[in-house]
Design a protein around this ligand. Structure first.
Ligand SMILES: Cc1ncc(COP(=O)(O)O)c(C=O)c1O
Length: 375
């Protein structure tokens, strides 16, 4: 086995798990007892820092839930919607569709409003629907639809949901930590994200920033034991502990990642680094002849989808493998109607890493005998 100092992993230009810092990885080299006071103190600090990152207020609380991001979403949807409630989901990609699937499994009365993957859900339509259907109790939307990288205007939707006095749920899985989000300003009752996205931790838990008042009033509708959001919160509040085995090492890594986010200058600076990564990517990729899937005004700086070039020699699997051999991991597309691949801009990567990827892509095109028409 290689020594840690000799280890050089491939750079992950993906939506997560992401490339993490050496110090985040190193922080996992400990065995802490899950009931140990040091570990409980770390959980407390993590929870405080998460609420602070979202604008810091007394109304919201942070709840950690074991599992990947989907577990956090399922925990919210299956815990807080009463049997006679009605959920509306604004869908413009695979992760909106996933929420729909979860709601259906739990037999939640749900209406989906489906938009094309390159279009943000229409705020006026939401306003109209809420004004005309008093049965709707909850509204859910994805912030950065990682399917394409589109950024949905969660603040605008939040103002509408608030005006109609409904409960607002935001999947900010791939954006939280890199885009400024203020829970109170955006009127968000439940925000969900996970450890291995823009905070730059490793996979193993999701977290929910929940409106305490709403949680206490409506959290009694849990349809599962392990994903019972209110019970999970009550456990963390009473003795600071998880109800069931916590991912101790992952939480240590996440705590270190939160300290490193602060050292970097917080969400603003992290967002700027990712934005620079995005800028270099888009500029160089277009120069090489690749076309982005989204219009410029819809693109965020988390991940970008590019159309497969229409060249006979282009086969994504081959392209992917050649890049991977050079130490760069990109990501397949997830679109329902277009052949695309994705390049992520997040994780512990900087301008030099992105430039190295761009060189690798240029080299790979040469190897594959692909010359693209210049934009
Ligand atoms: C917006 C969004 N929602 C939900 C998920 C699901 O998270 P996980 O794969 O960790 O379950 C992802 C994963 O990338 C995501 O990007």
């Amino acid at each position: 086995m290689k020594k840690l100092s000799q280890w050089k992993d491939k750079a992950l230009f993906t939506p997560g798990p992401l490339t993490t810092s050496g110090t985040v990885k190193q922080s996992m080299l400990r065995d802490l007892g899950s009931r140990d006071s040091e570990f409980i103190q770390i959980i407390r600090d993590v929870r405080h820092r998460l609420v602070d990152l979202a604008g810091g207020n007394d109304q919201h609380t942070a709840i950690l839930v074991q599992g990947s991001g989907t577990f956090g979403i399922e925990s919210v949807l299956s815990s807080i919607i009463p049997p006679d409630g009605k959920l509306i989901i604004l869908v413009n990609g695979a992760y909106g569709t996933r929420m729909l699937k979860i709601a259906k499994i739990h037999k939640i009365n749900t209406q989906e409003i489906i938009y094309a993957e390159n279009t943000c859900p229409d705020a006026n339509a939401l306003d109209h629907i809420l004004a005309n259907d008093p049965a709707i109790t909850h509204v859910a939307v994805v912030h950065c639809e990682t399917t394409t990288g589109i950024i949905n205007p969660i603040q605008t939707y939040g103002e509408i949901v608030h005006k109609h006095k409904r409960v607002y749920i935001v999947d900010a899985m791939s954006s939280f930590g890199a885009y400024p989000i203020n829970l109170q300003d955006a009127h968000i009752d439940y925000l969900i994200s996970s450890a291995n996205k823009c905070i730059e931790g490793v996979p193993g838990f999701s977290f929910i920033l929940a409106n305490k008042q709403n949680l206490v009033a409506n959290g009694k509708y849990a349809r599962t034991l392990s994903l019972d959001l209110l019970a999970q919160w009550q456990g963390l509040e009473t003795d600071g502990q998880f109800r069931f085995t916590p991912p101790t090492h992952v939480i240590l890594a996440f705590h270190q990642a939160l300290l490193e986010l602060e050292q970097e200058g917080g969400v603003a600076e992290r967002g700027l680094r990712y934005y620079n990564n995005y800028q270099i990517t888009i500029e160089q990729m277009q120069k090489m002849g690749f076309r982005p899937y989204l219009e410029e005004n819809q693109r965020g700086y988390i991940i970008t989808s590019f159309f497969y070039p229409s060249h006979l020699n282009f086969h994504f699997k081959d392209f992917y493998e050649r890049l991977s051999e050079k130490g760069h991991v990109i990501y397949p597309g997830k679109l329902s109607h277009a052949d695309c691949f994705r390049i992520g801009h997040v994780g512990r990567l900087n301008a030099a890493d992105v430039r190295a990827l761009m060189l690798s892509i240029a080299e790979t095109l040469l190897e594959m005998g692909i010359e693209l028409p210049q934009a």
